[in-house]
Design a protein around this ligand. Structure first.
Ligand code: HEC
Length: 227
């Protein structure tokens, strides 16, 4: 029993040495040697997936599409109106509607004013409150020598052009009923004191802003919803 006890540590040491030598030799190359680079013909691991399109609300997408379509249709109508104006109206009202002699302007700051120009015969006493009033007048009296000779939609197209030329922006094609919603009420340009006009503009803008701010918390949203 004693002899065994003495021997055991020795064999253990030898075994440990042997084992240590064996262990040192084997794992070392495995851990130290750098991994060979991956074969170059391997598919590139880093192909980034296409960024996912932010999912758009279909209703929003549809509204956007419709909006673009309306704008395009309006532009086509305006272009048609421009051609028709050149054909049927420009000989008297000028190539750009600027007016000529006795023929009043239909484009510019003196055009389509609320009150008829001085000396107007056909239009005497008729106000242009809305675009529909212009349409009614033009359909009845223009072209001067051939009143009512164009198709209704041609008059509407000419009006669409004329309104646009006067700074009205159309987000959809003009229609005869729609014309009634376009307020004109244009006043003659102030011949003096342009500053007065500017201050008016500022006031109007300020008011608009204030209104929006007041609305900020959606105070009037419920009212809108009720409608
Ligand atoms: C032969 C010349 C002539 C042609 C062509 C003509 N007009 Fe006129 N237009 C006039 C005259 C003149 C007046 C003024 C009528 C009046 O009130 O006495 C007028 C008035 C108008 C007015 C009202 C202007 C205002 O401020 O009172 C509009 C709008 C108008 N024309 C649009 C047209 C359009 C659109 C066409 C083409 C479809 C056209 N005109 C073709 C001669 C013409």
């Amino acid at each position: 029993m004693k002899a065994r006890i003495r021997i055991l540590p020795q064999t253990f040491v030898v075994a440990a040495l042997l084992a240590g030598a064996a262990c040192d030799k084997n794992p070392e190359p495995a851990t130290v040697s750098p991994e060979p680079p991956p074969p170059t013909d391997a598919p590139p691991a880093a192909e980034p997936p296409p960024p996912a399109e932010p999912a758009e609300d279909p209703a929003v997408a549809e509204a956007k599409r419709k909006e673009a379509e309306n704008k395009q249709a309006a532009d086509a109508q305006i272009a048609q109106g421009k051609d028709l104006f050149a054909q049927h109206c420009a000989s008297c009202h000028g190539e750009n509607g600027e007016g000529k002699g006795k023929h009043p302007p239909v484009v510019g700051e003196k055009a389509l004013l609320l009150d008829a120009p001085k000396g107007a015969k056909k239009r005497k006493g008729q106000q242009f409150q809305t675009a529909a009033d212009v349409l009614t007048f033009v359909q009845k009296h223009m072209p001067l020598k051939k009143p009512g000779s164009l198709k209704p939609e041609e008059y509407v197209a000419i009006l669409a052009f004329d309104l646009t030329a006067n700074g009205v922006s159309l987000v959809e094609p003009l229609s005869a009923p729609g014309a009634a919603n376009i307020q004109l009420g244009r006043q003659p340009p102030p011949s003096t004191e342009p500053a007065a006009d500017a201050s008016k503009g500022d006031k109007a803008e300020g008011k608009g802003k204030k209104k929006k701010e007041d609305k900020a918390e959606g105070a009037d949203k419920p009212a809108e919803d009720k409608k």
